[in-house]
Design a protein around this ligand. Structure first.
Ligand code: SF4
Ligand code: SF4
Length: 349
């Protein structure tokens, strides 16, 4: 890969840079939750100082900047044509501080949502965004090295690596180059590049969770079958709460519902994130549920992430972020379950 132009920006100049950007357009970035100190979320930054550079993985991924958890699509009445909800479709914004695995999640959804018929709202949000990536410190749930996303830079415009009192900034697009003109930067010295390299090495060395087989082999393992004991054991602990999907940066299923006004004269149609782990996800007309058993839904989740979408799009729909494992109240860990599948398949060979 061709080396990208790199610069150094000091921490204080970065604050000034952010202030200049925020004077021009909204910046959505990681900030500490007021109600839960030590936890972080992506939200609009009111002040440049609210940006937290070393944040732990957020519960909800930054994809929410392009696809809201619940979104009004249009309103309707009995006697007028539907009115599309377009209020969000105008302003450019910056999405700041996106970790490499979450960039991979956005890239995965870019791919999925661009399949015909393309999902126009996602594309509209993406067109308005300039994305600034940021390197991270993994925690005990991260396993990005098993998915090859630890150094991912797609699709960011600028990418920051902390180097002590500032950042090494890689420029990945013309939009990033234009944005960076607002910043006071300097050329990197040898020690700046060494500091960034040290950060990356430390990061990779600190990742403890790993798949016991290359991710490309998992599709074949699932396809070969004979894994029902693992699906059933996992399902015995699962509550079918759906948190694993609704926190996932690579899940993209949604539900469409109509809410009717109290006077029954009109209403609105909404789109909300959905989860294949919920009991009624696969209910069809007539009331039949073709994944009515919990173990069938657990199996479907793995099939979807590592088999169907892998075969269809040539990539797993998992980025190794570990959110599903962090969020699971039953302590079901995606790496543990996958490694049990790998072990069972190896035993049966
Ligand atoms: S978060 Fe855990 S308990 Fe809830 S559906 Fe997912 S695996 Fe099951
Ligand atoms: S399946 Fe789990 S680890 Fe993989 S991207 Fe989704 S939330 Fe992250």
């Amino acid at each position: 890969m061709k080396a990208k132009p790199t610069f150094v920006i000091s921490s204080s100049d970065f604050v000034q840079f952010l202030q200049a950007v925020m004077a021009e357009r909204p910046v959505i970035g990681p900030r500490e939750r007021a109600d839960q100190p030590g936890y972080y979320l992506f939200g609009r930054l009111e002040r440049a100082e609210d940006f937290v550079a070393e944040y732990g993985t957020t519960t909800i991924p930054p994809k929410k900047a392009f696809a809201a958890l619940k979104e009004k699509l249009f309103t309707f009445t009995l006697d007028t044509p539907p009115v599309l909800n377009r209020h969000f479709e105008t302003f450019p914004f910056v999405l700041l501080g996106v970790h490499p695995c979450d960039l991979a999640g956005i890239d995965a959804l870019d791919h999925a949502y661009s399949q015909p018929p393309a999902e126009v709202r996602w594309a509209g949000g993406r067109d308005r965004a300039t994305i600034i990536g940021l390197d991270c410190r993994p925690d005990s749930y991260c396993f990005c090295t098993s998915l090859g996303t630890e150094s991912n830079r797609i699709p960011c415009d600028l990418f920051l690596t902390p180097i002590g009192e500032g950042y090494l900034v890689e420029v990945h697009s013309e939009a990033g180059n234009t944005l960076l003109k607002k910043a006071k930067t300097r050329k990197p010295k040898k020690e700046d590049l060494a500091a960034a390299e040290y950060w990356r090495k430390q990061k990779v060395q600190s990742i403890v969770q790993k798949f016991d087989a290359p991710v490309k082999d998992i599709a074949g393992i699932i396809e070969a079958g004979g894994l029902t004991p693992v699906w059933k054991e996992t399902a015995e602990r699962c509550y079918s709460c759906g948190s694993c999907n609704t926190t996932c940066p690579a899940c993209f299923c949604f539900e469409i519902t109509d809410e009717i006004d109290a006077d029954l004269h009109g209403g609105a149609r909404y789109r909300t994130w959905d989860s294949c782990q919920l009991l009624d996800f696969a209910v069809v007309a007539g009331g039949h549920n073709f994944r009515g058993e919990r173990w069938q839904r657990v199996k479907h989740r793995w099939q979807r992430k590592f088999l169907y979408l892998y075969r269809q799009f040539g990539r797993p729909y998992c980025t190794g972020c570990g959110r599903c494992s962090r969020a699971c109240t039953a302590d079901i860990n995606i790496v543990d379950v996958t490694n049990r599948l790998i072990a069972l398949a190896a035993k049966e060979e």
